[in-house]
Design a binder for this molecule. Structure first.
Ligand SMILES: [Zn+2]
Length: 444
C-alpha cells in the first residue's frame, strides 16, 4: 500500500489531511493505526468518505477500499498469532485484539480463563438499554504442519485467497467484528442499543471462554447474538445440537494363540459400527433444520497383537436437529449395541458424554428479520436454516434465551484441515452485510 499517511482520514474539525507523508507497505497494523490518526488536532477523527464527512448528510457506516485493505492486513496479523487449542494460550491474541480496540477508543477488558488464556469483552454505548452482541472465537484447532503445503502461521495471499490456519475459522470473522466496532466509533455513530463484542477463548475445545464471559455478567443485557463463524454466504438461525456418546464392549482376554478361550470385543464393535453407519443415513430431513448426522469418531480396541481384546471403546458424535431425534439416536445406539453382542458373550454399555441441545431462534424477532434482510440485500430473503456445526452459542443461549444468528466470512468446508483458506471476496461481502445491518441500528 502506498499513499498519504492519512488516506481517508481527516480531522472532523478542520477537514484537512496532513500532507506530504507517505508510507509504503503496511506490515504492522499497530503502526498503521498510529499513522492513520489525524495529527492536525487532538480531537476526534473521521473517515473522509462521500457520505459521512459532510455536515448535514445522514451518518451511515460505509465500507471503502481502505477498510477492506485494513481488514485483510488484520486477518493476516491474527492468523500469524498462534492460538491453537488445546492448549489455547489465547492471551497473546486477546491482548493484541484488546489493544486494537483500546487504540480505537473502545472500552475493552480481558476476561481470564485460567493460565495464559483470556477472552475479550468490549462495549460501545448506544442510545438505550440492552445490547447486540457480536461473538467470535480467538482460538483455532491444531494444524498437522507436515500436511500443509503452505506454513499455517505465515498467511499468504494468492489469486484472491488467503491461506493460513484460522483464516476461515474464524479470525476473518473476528476482524469483521473489530472493523464494525472501529468504524462505529470512528464515524461517531450512535446505535439504538449498546454494541458488545465477545471475542472468546476455547471455542474449539469446550466453549469455556464463552461460558466464562456469560458467567461474568458482562453480556446479561443482550437482546440479540450474532456469531461470525464461517457460513459460506448462508445465514443460520440457530444450530444443531451436539450429542457425544461412548459405548464400551467388554469381553474376556486370552492368549492370542487360543482365541476360542477369550471373548473378542473388536468383532461385535465392528459389527455395531457398520450397522450404525448404515442406519445413520436414514434420519429424515427436517424442514429448516436439515438432517441429524452421525460420525463414528474414535475406536479403541485391544492393546497388544497377541492378546484377545477384552475391551473396545467407540465414540460417536451426532448432531441432532431436535431433542426428539436425540432420544432416537440414543435408542438406536442401544438397540444396535445389544444386537451386536447377541450370542457373543460380550457385554455392552452406552453412555452420554456430552449433550448440548439444538438452538433454534425465533425468526419473527425483529433483530433476526433485520439481519436476514441485511444478508439478502437486494435479493429475496434468505431461507431459514440452522448451522450443521456447533458454536459458542451453546454456552450463551441457555442462560440468556435470546435469538441468535450465525453468519460470517469463509466456508466451514475449508476449516479443520490442511491448507485452510479464505476467499477475500467473502470477507468483503461480510463487511457489507454487517454494515447494512448496523446502518439499520444507527440513530439517524
Ligand atoms: Zn469456528
Amino acid at each position: 500500500m502506498k499513499g498519504c499517511v492519512n488516506i481517508g482520514v481527516a480531522c472532523e474539525k478542520s477537514g484537512k489531511h496532513e500532507k506530504g507523508k507517505y508510507v509504503s507497505g503496511i506490515t504492522n497494523w499497530l503502526s498503521a493505526l498510529v499513522k492513520n490518526k489525524c495529527s492536525c488536532v487532538a480531537g476526534s477523527i473521521g473517515r473522509e468518505t462521500e457520505n459521512n464527512h459532510v455536515r448535514g448528510a445522514i451518518p451511515l457506516l460505509r465500507i471503502d477500499e481502505e477498510v477492506r485493505q485494513e481488514a485483510v492486513e488484520l486477518v493476516k496479523t491474527l492468523v500469524g498469532i498462534k492460538s491453537v487449542n488445546p492448549p489455547g494460550n489465547e492471551n497473546e491474541i486477546a491482548t493484541v485484539v484488546k489493544e486494537f480496540l483500546v487504540t480505537n477508543g473502545i472500552d475493552a477488558t480481558l476476561v481470564p480463563l485460567g493460565k495464559e488464556r483470556s477472552s475479550v469483552v468490549a462495549r460501545i454505548r448506544g442510545a438505550s438499554s440492552g445490547s447486540v452482541v457480536l461473538c467470535g472465537h480467538l482460538d483455532t484447532v491444531n494444524a498437522d504442519e507436515e500436511k500443509w503445503s503452505v506454513p499455517p502461521f505465515e498467511p499468504r495471499i494468492n489469486q484472491g485467497r488467503m491461506w493460513g490456519l484460522g483464516s476461515a475459522d474464524m479470525k476473518s470473522g473476528v476482524v469483521v467484528i473489530l472493523e464494525m466496532a472501529k468504524l462505529i466509533v470512528q464515524d461517531n455513530l450512535t446505535l439504538k442499543k449498546d454494541l458488545v463484542l465477545a471475542l472468546t477463548a476455547d471455542e474449539e475445545d469446550g466453549y469455556q471462554g464463552a461460558a466464562s464471559v456469560t458467567e461474568s455478567g458482562l453480556i446479561d443485557d443482550a437482546k440479540f447474538l450474532i456469531i461470525a463463524e464461517p457460513t459460506a454466504g448462508k445465514v443460520y438461525c440457530g444450530q444443531k445440537g451436539e450429542l457425544w456418546l461412548e459405548v464400551v464392549f467388554s469381553g474376556k482376554a486370552a492368549h492370542g494363540s487360543m482365541p476360542e478361550q477369550g471373548i473378542n470385543t473388536i468383532l461385535p464393535a465392528s459389527e455395531f459400527c457398520l450397522a450404525l453407519a448404515e442406519a445413520a443415513g436414514s434420519f429424515p430431513e427436517t424442514p429448516g433444520r436439515g438432517q441429524t448426522s452421525l460420525n463414528i469418531g474414535q475406536i479403541d480396541g485391544g492393546w497388544q497383537v497377541n492378546i484377545v481384546p477384552d475391551t473396545t471403546r467407540v465414540r460417536i458424535d451426532s448432531r441432532v436437529v431436535s431433542d426428539e431425534e436425540k432420544r432416537m439416536v440414543v435408542d438406536l445406539v442401544e438397540r444396535l449395541g445389544q444386537e451386536a453382542i447377541a450370542n457373543t458373550g460380550a457385554g455392552f454399555k452406552a453412555k452420554t458424554i456430552a449433550y448440548r441441545p439444538p438452538i433454534v431462534s425465533d425468526t419473527s424477532s425483529p433483530y433476526v428479520q433485520s439481519f436476514l434482510k441485511a444478508v439478502a440485500g437486494n435479493h429475496s430473503q434468505a431461507e431459514m436454516e440452522i448451522a450443521p456445526y456447533s458454536t459458542d452459542g451453546v454456552s450463551i443461549i441457555p442462560k440468556l434465551a435470546i435469538p441468535m444468528v450465525v453468519y460470517g466470512p469463509g466456508d466451514i468446508a475449508q476449516a479443520h484441515q490442511p491448507d485452510e483458506f479464505l476467499e477475500l471476496s467473502s470477507l468483503y461481502g461480510a463487511l457489507d452485510v454487517f454494515t447494512r445491518f448496523f446502518n439499520e441500528l444507527v440513530i439517524k
